[in-house]
Each structure stands twice: as structure tokens, then as C-alpha cells.
Design a protein around this ligand. Structure first.
Ligand SMILES: [Zn+2]
Length: 88
């Protein structure tokens, strides 16, 4: 099946720029930093890509991704519980 994307295992490599403000000898200067990063593929990882798009900081992103995986774990746990109930 053809995918509508060029991701590698759900990730797309991107180059992005961050402006860092520093105080040097009492003056504020801006430093341009270029990073190579990976973004979640919106086709293969729509939930994670959405979280990445709507997070303002990497801390917020990390927190929300953890919550997403915790939610998934809870879902699995509930399924296991349901199975147990059925067996009993
Ligand atoms: Zn993809």
C-alpha cells in the first residue's frame, strides 16, 4: 500500500531554527540556532503530530506525549481487565 508521505517509521526529518536571546556584557543579543530534528508524520502518527503542532515548548510536548502513552497504557489495562471478567 502506498503511503501519502515520505516518513521513516512515522518520523520526518526537518531543519528548524530557534532564536536564542542571551545577555552578553549587558547587551541582549540574538543567536540563530539551526537544528535537525524529527517531526511526527501527520499521516502515520496523526495524534502525535497534532500534539507537536499545538505545543509551545518542548517541555509541554514531552508532557503531553507522556500523557498520551499513559492513556494508551490505561486503555490496554482496561482491556485486560475486561478479558479477565469474561474468563471468570
Ligand atoms: Zn508517514
Amino acid at each position: 500500500m502506498d503511503k501519502d508521505c515520505n516518513c521513516i517509521k512515522g518520523f520526518i526529518e526537518v531543519q528548524y531554527k530557534e532564536i536564542e536571546k542571551r545577555m552578553v556584557k549587558g547587551k541582549e543579543i540574538c543567536i540563530e540556532n539551526w537544528y535537525t530534528g524529527s517531526r511526527f508524520c501527520p499521516v502515520c502518527e496523526p495524534k502525535r503530530a497534532h500534539i507537536q503542532d499545538t505545543s509551545n515548548t518542548s517541555e509541554e510536548l514531552g508532557q503531553r506525549l507522556r500523557e498520551l502513552s499513559l492513556y494508551k497504557q490505561a486503555e490496554n489495562y482496561n482491556k485486560q481487565e475486561t478479558n479477565k471478567t469474561r474468563i471468570l
